[in-house]
Design a protein around this ligand. Structure first.
Ligand code: AMP
Ligand code: GLY
Length: 420
């Protein structure tokens, strides 16, 4: 079987690595990929958002299954483009991907279906936003409606911060067209969990739970990032997991189906477990990054049959089983990340890290210059440790991190610490 993976991050490297071990996979292509994936896949020079070109490539090579990593191609309609050509693909239609493409859509969907979420409203201008913030009181959260690479969420803890947010969203227009609509909602307190399911639109197969570390610095301080680390499992009580499935995931998928929004792929619920039970913070229409790097190594058995069944609408009767062992992922990022970051720094020690027991290294922002692996900005590597317990997994991951070096390397030293 020929598989195409769309994307170029450590999430996609993990998918390629896991699929390369599956029975029945003969060839793996990845577009646009990165140098780290060359060991397990053939790298194809097509951008992840060039959806027509990707569909033409998949048709010409008779690709049997395409798996989409990032949200942008999904929001642009890659699944529709493939469906038109009869090409199986894991990822929701453009209409389904609106759960991530529009936070206003999701907020209204939650209100319509009684899905527990932060109290809030969708506003269009400064006056409405100020009124919504005043009625909710501080702390309050402002969210740009559209895709903003994880940067369109601002938590305001004081009246001054509300004023500053009003200026940023409505005068400076810092988020451009993504903030034509803005969600203003109450700030929730609790533990965050990443709850992901694979679905064919009808049957739901929960993936292992994970916890993501979004802030740049230790102690959950500093700016929000794409994610600086993850652990799996997430220490989520079974009754809370059941409540997330019953009260958040199932009603959302039922409503999407009722509205004719085809959804065959991963639905990721970012959930705050509050004193009043789990509440939805956001949906993503794809696997989390770095959650995937922590979750997929724990999958017992092949990934291919599950993904194929999701794409073909044949998930009924299938389930995923997970190893009891824990995993921890530590992200190594370039100097300057999440702002504009440095590139071209030589990376050393990856092979040494990979030689350690229980250590995996997945690449993201890397490039090859005259045969030398160098940084290409942003999040550079995901170092994953596997172990019988979370403490063992963390020890393995950080032993791997110690072997690796590049100038300006940033990482958190407290991933998983509160759970281990
Ligand atoms: P989102 O992209 O909506 O998940 O927001 C990014 C991050 O901001 C989340 O992972 C949370 O840590 C935080 N966040 C978003 N919405 C809220 C909220 N209503 N209350 C507290 N924290 C939030
Ligand atoms: N780690 C959060 C995300 O993938 O959106």
């Amino acid at each position: 079987m020929r598989v195409l993976i769309v994307g170029s991050g450590a999430r996609e490297h993990t998918l390629a690595w896991k699929l390369s071990r599956a029975a029945g996979v003969d060839e793996i292509y990845v577009a646009p990929g990165n140098p780290g994936m060359a060991g397990v896949a053939e790298v194809v020079g097509i951008a992840a958002d060039a959806i027509v070109e990707l569909a033409e490539f998949a048709a010409s090579l008779k690709i049997d299954l395409t798996v989409v990593g990032p949200e942008l191609p999904l929001v642009l309609g890659i699944a529709d483009e493939f469906a038109r050509r009869g090409l199986p693909i894991v990822g929701p239609s453009r209409a389904g991907a609106e759960v991530e493409g529009s936070k206003a859509f999701t907020k209204e969907l939650c209100l319509r279906c009684g899905i527990p979420t932060a109290r809030g409203t969708v506003v269009r201008d400064r006056r409405e936003a100020a009124a919504a913030a005043a009625s909710l009181g501080v702390p309050v959260v402002f969210k740009a409606d559209g895709l903003a690479a994880g940067k369109g969420v601002v938590v305001c803890r004081t009246a001054e911060e509300v004023d500053a947010a009003l200026v940023r969203f409505f005068e400076e227009r810092a988020f451009g067209a993504a903030a034509e609509r803005v969600v203003v909602e109450e700030c929730l307190a609790g533990e965050e969990v990443s709850f992901q399911v694979l679905t064919d639109g009808t049957t739901v197969v929960p993936l292992a739970t994970a916890r993501d570390y979004k802030r740049l610095l230790d102690g959950d301080t500093g700016p929000n990032t794409g994610g600086m680390g993850a652990v799996s499992p997430a220490a989520l009580p079974a009754d809370v997991a059941a409540a997330i499935l019953r009260d958040i995931v199932q009603p959302a998928l039922a409503e999407l189906a009722r509205e004719g929004r085809s959804y065959r792929g991963v639905l990721y619920a970012g959930v705050m477990v509050t004193a009043d039970g789990p509440k939805l913070l956001e949906f993503n229409c794809r696997l989390g990054d770095p959650e995937t790097q922590a979750v997929l190594p724990r999958l017992d058995g092949d990934l291919l049959p599950l993904l194929r069944a999701a794409a073909l609408g044949e998930l009924a009767g299938l389930r995923a089983t997970w190893k009891r062992e824990a995993t921890a992922c530590v992200v190594l990022a370039s100097a300057g990340y999440p702002g504009s970051s440095r590139r071209g720094e030589a990376i050393t020690g990856v092979a040494d890290a990979l030689a350690l027991p229980g250590v995996l290294v997945f690449q993201a922002g890397t490039a090859l210059e005259d045969g030398q692996l160098v940084t290409a900005g942003g999040r550079v590597l995901s170092v994953v440790g596997q172990g019988a317990t979370l403490a063992d997994a963390l020890a393995a991951a950080y032993a791997g991190v110690e072997r690796i070096h590049f100038e300006g390397m940033q990482f958190r030293r407290d991933i998983g610490r509160s759970l281990a």
